[in-house]
Design a protein around this ligand. Structure first.
Ligand SMILES: [Mg+2]
Ligand SMILES: [Zn+2]
Length: 174
């Protein structure tokens, strides 16, 4: 039987947004308590929880793969102290046009779907960028945009901030 999943963008959803830059060291990685609450809702509904993150800063030489992996170990440890776990973290270290995994391409979601047996049409993509929304739509997921970015693509739902995520998920996950 296929599983349902909530896909989370990382920067701006899991951790405080670095703005236009990148999280290049552990000291700049601050997990948002609202995300922890959201993750708790997702897991209590029996959904998979998977992070899909563009980390182009690797391709640009701003940080190494080792740094990204260290940050993700820290994230897993932080969640574990809250009794929680992500099912997977996928990230794209590539530059624009180098791969099929950098959002807005849906590659990371499709790979997760194949590896975990996910029903994408019953799954959600949550991010703070229209790139996340496009990737989610291309994968066939329902989409939630957090924040005020606007453009041609229209998310299924829009939230003002990550603080609204736990309540939204309680209301919408079945
Ligand atoms: Mg983001
Ligand atoms: Zn990639």
């Amino acid at each position: 039987m296929l599983r349902k999943c909530v896909f989370f963008d990382r920067d701006g959803i899991v951790n405080r947004s670095p703005g236009l830059g990148y999280v290049t060291c552990l000291e700049d990685f601050e997990v948002l308590p609202e995300f922890i609450a959201a993750l708790r809702n997702v897991k209590s509904h029996g959904y998979l929880a998977i992070v899909v993150s563009n980390q182009r800063g690797v391709a640009l030489g701003k940080m190494t793969i080792e740094t990204v992996d260290r940050i993700h170990r820290f994230l897993r440890e932080t969640l574990a102290t809250a009794g929680l776990a992500l099912d997977a973290i996928y990230y794209c270290p590539h530059d624009n046009g180098e791969c099929d995994c950098r959002k807005p391409s849906p590659g990371m979601l499709l790979r997760a779907a194949a590896e975990f047996g996910i029903d994408l049409s019953a799954s959600w993509m949550i991010g703070d960028s229209l790139r996340d929304v496009v990737a989610g739509k291309r994968a066939g997921c329902r989409t939630v945009l957090v924040g005020d970015e606007t453009g041609e693509v229209i998310p299924d739902y829009r939230l003002g901030s990550v603080a609204e995520l736990p309540g939204f998920l309680s209301a919408h996950l079945d």
